[in-house]
Design a protein around this ligand. Structure first.
Ligand SMILES: Cc1cc2nc3c(=O)[nH]c(=O)nc-3n(C[C@H](O)[C@H](O)[C@H](O)COP(=O)(O)O)c2cc1C
Length: 215
């Protein structure tokens, strides 16, 4: 796959089929993940690829409760505001996130990413993104999720048997599966709205009215 196709179309693919992901595909996804850079090349990461239906089922219950918690706290009123203002993008994200919370137990693989000796956990995000791009290249949809570690970190760690006393902590749970929907280019406001040149607030001389890669 063309690199730019992967970059432009690796979207949050929450609606996935329950079909298992073959082992050779799983290996390619995880081997690509660990090729990523890390601070000082320390590679203070571990990935737990959860495929056992019982364990995914237990994660699903924790995910649903966490999603519920998010809506009662950080996302309080978000749905109502989106409906009132006709914000269809946010409504679509919420409805897709609802689907994931309701169907998490059917997701064939959830990769839990762990770090240690990394104060803000950012050192693992290149690896997580490598994982998601490698999945995309093989037709596997992913979603980077964080609600589990925000609201149920202890429960997840206990379920997985994580040696937290050695500093390991979860910073992401990536759901993986074959898409129910279609791939598409991520819609975003044009780049010139969020890029400055030389000094804060100075816009570039150019603009990009349409994505520079499309089908
Ligand atoms: C750091 C991070 C945390 C996220 N956490 C969640 C999450 O907990 N649950 C979820 O459904 N989506 C989560 N997402 C997915 C975003 O909602 C999604 O990437 C965004 O809405 C853009 O959608 P798109 O990739 O389809 O364009 C997260 C994304 C990022 C980058």
């Amino acid at each position: 796959m063309d690199t730019f196709e992967a970059l432009y179309t690796t979207r949050a693919m929450r609606r996935v089929k329950p079909d298992p992901i073959p082992e050779d595909v799983v290996k390619r996804i995880l081997d690509a993940a660990i090729r990523a850079p890390s601070p000082g090349n320390a590679q203070q990461w571990r990935f737990v690829a959860v495929m056992d239906r019982n364990v995914v089922g237990e994660l699903a219950a924790l995910y649903a409760a966490s999603w519920d918690q998010l809506q009662k706290t950080l996302y309080a009123g978000k749905r109502e505001r989106a409906e009132a203002s006709g914000d269809e993008v946010t409504q679509r994200v919420l409805s897709s996130a609802d689907w994931l919370a309701a169907n998490f137990s059917q997701v064939p693989m959830v990769v839990l990413a762990y770090v240690r000796n990394d104060p803000d956990g950012s050192g693992i995000y290149p690896a997580v993104w490598n994982l998601m791009l490698a999945a995309r290249a093989q037709g596997v949809g992913t979603t980077l999720t964080t609600v589990l570690h925000h609201f149920a970190a202890d429960e997840v760690n206990e379920l997985i048997g994580v040696p937290t006393e050695r500093g390991w902590r979860n910073v992401a749970a990536v759901t993986c599966g074959y898409p129910l929907g279609n791939w598409g280019v991520a819609g975003r406001p044009p780049v010139e709205q969020v890029v400055y040149v030389d000094h804060w607030g100075e816009p570039p001389a150019w603009s990009v009215p349409e994505p520079l890669w499309s089908y």
